[in-house]
Design a protein around this ligand. Sequence first.
Ligand SMILES: CC(C)(COP(=O)(O)OP(=O)(O)OC[C@H]1O[C@@H](n2cnc3c(N)ncnc32)[C@H](O)[C@@H]1OP(=O)(O)O)[C@@H](O)C(=O)NCCC(=O)NCCS
Length: 262
Amino acid sequence: MNRSREICLLPAAESVFLKAMNWETAAVPPALGAGEVHVWRAHLGGAAAGGDPPDETALTGEELKRASGYPAGEPRRRFLTSRARLRSLLSGYLGAAPREVRLAYGEQGKPSLREPAADLTFNLSHSGDLLLLAFGRGRELGIDVERTGRDVSWERVARRFFERREQEALRSLPAAERRAAFFRGWTRKEAFVKATGRGVTQGLRTFAVSLDPEAAALTWIQDGDPADWGMADVDAGPGHAAAVCAAGRGWSLRCFEPAPGR
Ligand SMILES: CC(C)(COP(=O)(O)OP(=O)(O)OC[C@H]1O[C@@H](n2cnc3c(N)ncnc32)[C@H](O)[C@@H]1OP(=O)(O)O)[C@@H](O)C(=O)NCCC(=O)NCCS
């Protein structure tokens, strides 16, 4: 039997087949079309890993204050680096100075653009030294990355948070494939709740995603239509699972890495 069909929760014809495999190098953000989603990958490694220290002058007082709440050393430096990268990319897409970019925060903490007025949407996720950022035009989006080798009781998390269809799909797989399928499902679920901005308050059992490696898709939403959302896996590199979810179908995905030294 074709396993893709077996574990896909939608008939193949209805599922979205999108997977980002190629990373283009770019010095500055290229034009972002209305039908596109851009994902950027950056490393948060410090000077020891060959990276520059974060440009703190680009950050707002509020961000610097927030940074001081992180333990000194790696956690603080990673937050600063991630914010500096976000501001630099937002500024590139908007054609505004990084400090002129003002952010707002939703009820559950989702950051969005407050100023300058523009239809640019974005989201970000970090895991260890890896940062992924997603950008779109006028469409809500969410992105999630996880390290798949980390010490986590994934079977317990799946029992607690996976929806019935997802649990069945996981059980139907050979034991050796289940860990990867869990992280695939988990990042797809997180990408969706980050796209809606509700985070875990969304209720992780109020919707279901496919665990099929060939077809990232929402397959069921309690109070909505999965066809309103598109989803794609992102090839974040060995030892990582990542997915991006954005409102609407039919958008295309391009993935970028900063040019060396940027
Ligand atoms: C924020 C949340 C949606 C995702 O958190 P996370 O996976 O721990 O962290 P990520 O790195 O993917 O995302 C954090 C970023 O998302 C953004 N964010 C915060 N709240 C958000 C929300 N409600 N919706 C969308 N994005 C949000 C922020 O930019 C944040 O980065 P910053 O703090 O540096 O600005 C969180 O509510 C959540 O779902 N936590 C669950 C974590 C968990 O149980 N993990 C177990 C893994 S097996």
